[in-house]
Design a protein around this ligand. Structure first.
Ligand code: FAD
Ligand code: NAP
Length: 531
């Protein structure tokens, strides 16, 4: 018999786990499906060497349970993948969430039955459930992508993707390894692979700005001090995402020496904080160029070979408009005798055969190809599910020209379906755990409101959705973010519509908008009782 639930959750990463905990506490019958064989989401899948968070561990963690945040001990400023995964396993066990999750089970379809106001959900293992509500906690960076390079399927060696790394690890000793891709994943993996491989060739299409992490063990003093003030820090994070040192000073309002000193100070401290050195780095091209020039100078200082250094210098797009990367020994790695760099803008890949990567200039024999080639971000996981709304139309058809939704949370014609930290919300632009908690809390409040009022259906009004899409676009247009070919815009996926997907207005402003909508009785939504 088809199982009847109140809520079905797709995914058991940070978002799915918190959704299960929160909604079960509201007395709801809730179940999750997870394609992986355990919890953790990206931290389950991304086991590549060097994988770690780049928001500090003390901040990249749940705030919903004080005992949890007091008792969990982080060992480093930026925790490694294994430690974050252990934390998520601990959360699943501590809150007894595993019995609510079907592992190794991929949701294949979700169809809304307008007569019953219920979602019918099916999986690749033959499950069929119905639920009043469907929560897509399927991840913004979970649909990994291998590059479309002619002949890649004929390669006789090992092909790995950073986002689907083998659980038993990979042994590079004595091997010739190629890494394709120099985004955050490539930047973290390259120095580690260089240490164990016999030879490493990095194939770079677009250089990225890489700031040093300055990772270090977390001292007891710092951890104790943070835990003592967690309530205050978490309250601040709810407004800003991550507690960076946000400057209010425009870059060109100070002398060149003062600017240099401030960049230098932040460079030495390490981390994404660098981007917040001046207030206008992401809105004023001239200000941005001062930060870019500083990084170029560091690259020339750190990389011995001037030609390699020039190839590594990002040009033609503003710093930060593609996600800034945080690395450890990244530029220094190019000084190793076993590492070489191919600039694909000058010398593109033409094909792959059984044993080599061919570029227009050379044939590179390799044993292993590591694809750090990224994701079909924000919409990719949703596109892999056959989602059909009230009218029977497919979500993929509705979003063919780019995602459309209201508050990033719900989309018209798809009642009772919530998307967590997807397009139209601050999503990947902020500390995502903060965004996830905000979304799940709002969704839980919304479901509670419907139960209280006896309503069975909620869906955005088309006008509210149009206005929100406009607001998201306008916010992006006022920044430099739109001036790069980034995955924020879908530019990494051939044929994907070029739309800046996240909301750049900040988590504080976004939270206030969402809270005001809820407080007004869900303005912009149609609420109905279909019984
Ligand atoms: P995910 O962790 O992606 O979990 C989604 C889950 O849904 C996956 O386990 C997937 O298997 C499952 N799923 C998807 N589709 C289906 C389906 N159809 N059926 C069943 N299951 C499905 N963010 C930060 O803020 N700071 C960081 O430092 C940071 N570091 C990152 C490092 C890496 C390597 C990556 C890839 C991302 C990083 N992120 C970071 C972003 C990260 O996506 C979020 O921080 C967060 O982990 C997302 O959690 P989630 O639960 O929303 O999604
Ligand atoms: P990414 O940022 O999309 O980088 C992919 C890289 O592969 C880019 O350099 C891209 O070049 C290149 N590429 C893609 N297709 C290619 C092709 N066909 N030929 C040659 N090169 C190709 O993906 P990612 O590095 O996995 O990171 C994705 C996001 O995950 C990050 O931005 C971040 O939000 C998160 N993340 C965070 C961390 C962390 O430090 N905590 C670590 C990993 C990931 P182009 O730029 O030219 O497209």
């Amino acid at each position: 018999m088809t199982r009847q639930l109140d809520v079905v959750v797709v995914g058991a990463g940070f978002a799915g786990l918190y959704a299960l905990h929160k909604l079960r506490a509201q007395g709801l019958a809730v179940q999750a499906f997870e394609a992986a064989d355990d919890v953790g989401g990206v931290w389950h899948w991304n086991r590549y060497p060097g994988a770690r968070c780049d928001v500090e561990s003390l901040q990249y963690s749940y705030s919903f349970d004080d005992a949890l945040q007091q008792e969990w001990v982080w060992s480093e400023r930026y925790a490694q993948q294994g430690e974050i995964l252990a934390y998520l396993h601990h959360v699943a066990d501590r809150f007894e969430l595993r019995p609510l999750i079907s592992f190794g089970t991929r949701v294949t379809s979700a169809h809304f039955d307008a007569a019953l106001d219920r979602w019918h959900v099916t999986t690749d293992r033959g499950d069929a459930v119905t639920a009043r509500f469907c929560i897509m906690a399927s991840g913004s960076l979970s649909a990994s992508r291998l590059p479309d390079i002619p002949g890649i399927e004929t390669f006789a060696g090992q092909i790995l993707h950073t986002g689907a790394w083998p659980h038993h690890g990979a042994d590079f000793a004595g091997k010739s390894v190629a890494v394709i891709g120099t985004g955050s994943s490539g930047v973290q993996a390259i120095p580690q692979i260089a240490r164990s491989a016999e030879r490493l060739v990095v194939l770079q299409r677009t250089p990225n700005f890489v700031v040093p992490a300055r990772n270090q063990p977390l001292s007891d003093e710092k951890q104790t001090a943070w835990k003592g003030a967690y309530a205050d820090y978490r309250a601040q994070a709810r407004q800003v995402g991550t507690l960076y040192d946000f400057s209010q000073t425009p870059a060109l309002s100070v002398s060149a020496d003062a600017r240099e000193a401030e960049y230098r100070r932040r460079w030495e401290l390490g981390g994404v904080n660098f981007v917040h050195a001046f207030s206008d780095i992401m809105t004023d091209l001239a200000a941005n160029q001062t930060a870019a020039d500083f990084v170029h100078a560091r690259i020339r200082e750190l990389v011995d070979d001037p030609e390699t250094a020039e190839k590594l210098c990002p040009r033609g797009y503003p710093l930060g408009a593609k996600r800034i990367c945080v690395g450890s020994d990244y530029y220094e790695t190019y000084n190793r005798p076993n590492v070489s760099l191919v600039d694909l803008q000058l010398d593109p890949i033409t094909m792959i055969d059984a044993h080599s990567i061919h570029t227009s200039e050379a044939v590179l024999p390799v044993d292993v190809i590591v694809c750090a080639t990224g994701y079909d971000a924000l919409t990719g996981a949703l596109a892999q599910i056959d989602i059909r709304g009230r009218s029977g139309a497919a979500l993929s058809a509705k979003w063919a020209d780019g995602p459309r939704n209201y508050l990033g949370l719900m989309t018209a014609d798809f009642p009772n379906m919530f998307v967590v930290t997807g397009p139209g919300s601050p999503s990947v632009l902020v500390n995502m755990v903060v965004g996830i908690e905000q979304h799940i809390d709002w969704i839980a409040g919304c479901i509670h409101h419907l139960a209280q009022t006896g309503a069975t259906r909620i869906e955005p009004e088309p006008e509210a959705e149009d206005a929100w899409v406009q607001q998201v676009n306008d916010a992006a247009e006022s920044t430099l973010f739109v001036q790069a070919n980034s995955w924020y815009l879908g530019a990494n996926i051939p044929g994907k519509p070029r739309v800046f997907m996240p909301f750049v207005g900040g988590i504080g402003r976004y939270r206030a908008i969402c809270d005001a909508v809820a407080a007004s009785g869900y303005a912009g939504f149609q609420i109905a009782n279909g019984d």
